[in-house]
Design a protein around this ligand. Sequence first.
Ligand code: ATP
Ligand code: MG
Length: 560
Amino acid sequence: MSDTSPKSDFIREIIADDLASGKHATTITRFPPEPNGYLHIGHAKSICLNFGIAGENAGSGAKCHLRFDDTNPEKEESEYVESIKTDVKWLGFDWGKDLYFASDYFQFFYDCAVHLIQQGKAYVEDDSAEEMRVKRGNLTTPGTRSKGAERSVEENLELFARMKAGEFKEGECVLRARIDMASSNMNMRDPVLYRIMHAEHHNTGNAWCIYPMYDFAHPLEDALEHITHSLCTLEFENHRPLYDWFIANCPVPSTPRQIEFARLNLTYTVMSKRKLLQLVQEGLVNGWDDPRLPTISGLRRRGYPAPAIRDFCKRIGLTKFNGTTDVALLEFEVRDFLNRNSPRRMAVLDPIRVVLENWSAEPLGHADIPNHPQNPDMGERKVPMAGEVWIEREDFMEDPPKKFYRLGPGRHVRLRGGHIIRCTSFEKDAAGNVTAIRAEILPGTVGADSPEGVECRAAIHWVDVATGVDAEVRLYDRLFSVENPDDAEGGFTSVLNPDSLKTATAKIEPSLATADAGFSCQFERVGYFISDNKDHQPGVKPVFNRTVALKDSWTKQAGR
Ligand code: ATP
Ligand code: MG
């Protein structure tokens, strides 16, 4: 059983203290994705944290905003906005009325910039990016300002208005904060606030040609929305003084506090949106929802249940140290959830035909098979059965060792929910492959113990030849063959696992063929599968994706 009790952590402790001391009457958090790609499992960590905190403090009126951080016109698309909403909802969270777009605040950002100029705390810079970089200095040398920094407030106000009016080309000038060119924190050395971009924005069209930088816009967005705790990943830790500087120096209505936590990294996985986009654009995977990707839409299509993803996020907890989590832990949560909750069905992935010679001695119309071994509430089903069945090729051995308890010449095995059978003979083709097996049923053994003198220790799954249906099964495995694809010498695309997708034609029991898309179950003794949410056509063309194998084969391989 998975531990789903809420765990505390350093962020929840800070929030509890702030509520106890009366610093805040309630807490408002936010999840602020940039709509420039699909969400991934790393985002799920942030979503579970921010929406989780709101849920845990709902009694005091806590909320979590969904805010699209859409201040960069060049990389953003509406398709991503829609996918992000779908994914947050699917993960089980609800922003209620609190859906915001940072681009709705463009005028406010502008007003804040004007305010800074009026206070002598911002100026228009006409150095190029390269000149600015050189003059910024380094850890041992303080930076120097350009002549532009000497301009009067009036000149700066006029130049900034002209930037906004579109009088300059991209890169001709920028607006910078005047903070401290000698700061030991490079982020404080007069950071850029605004740049010119003659680009159309998905929300504001061509209304603006100057766009705010992330570091400037983000604290203002938080303050405007009265966010109490602004939770972000560790790489923003040394941007925090800048965050606080903007809050202290701009006319904002509230004082949010930024707190950083370690981002989620997983073995055998790339997580950066840029790299995921590259995999999609170069056709190395089949779209953003390819079941091998760590995107939420990919995991959903793969059959990872939302509660298992939430349990995983709870289990990894929060720290202040960057590290990499073993992807086996995520697979463990998925397997654990599915083991408890998935109905069982039968499918044969590598079929071989068994003819039951004496079927007429005790023919069954069907076998009654429980849908779950431990949970009788899940009921049972009738699986059609007649004189010929498919079984898994690996459940037969021509010359089995002693401890092989399945089928072999003269040996017994039980057909799940049916008779014990004994193999009487088998046929081979010219290449020596077994092509068919002949067996006899032991009448009176359905639902009964082995008769005296018959050794039968195992039950195998099967599919009725007369009513079984062909299905495409997609056997997914890890997309990369090394633990840290980001570190691969030839780049992450050089270490793709060539076996990450194998397809096979399986025989499935008839109920599976008519299942709706998105039906998740265990193929008994094989693994967890889900009917594909795009290509599966009930009753016409069944397509199943392997969610996860029954056992972890990688840990064994790695010798751990
Ligand atoms: P990427 O680095 O993958 O491109 P990003 O940080 O640029 O992602 P955003 O859309 O800006 O993507 O992220 C939205 C929120 O999700 C941010 O608050 C960010 O800190 C958080 N987030 C992104 N990746 C992770 C991760 N791997 N682990 C935890 N939180 C993450
Ligand atoms: Mg980002």
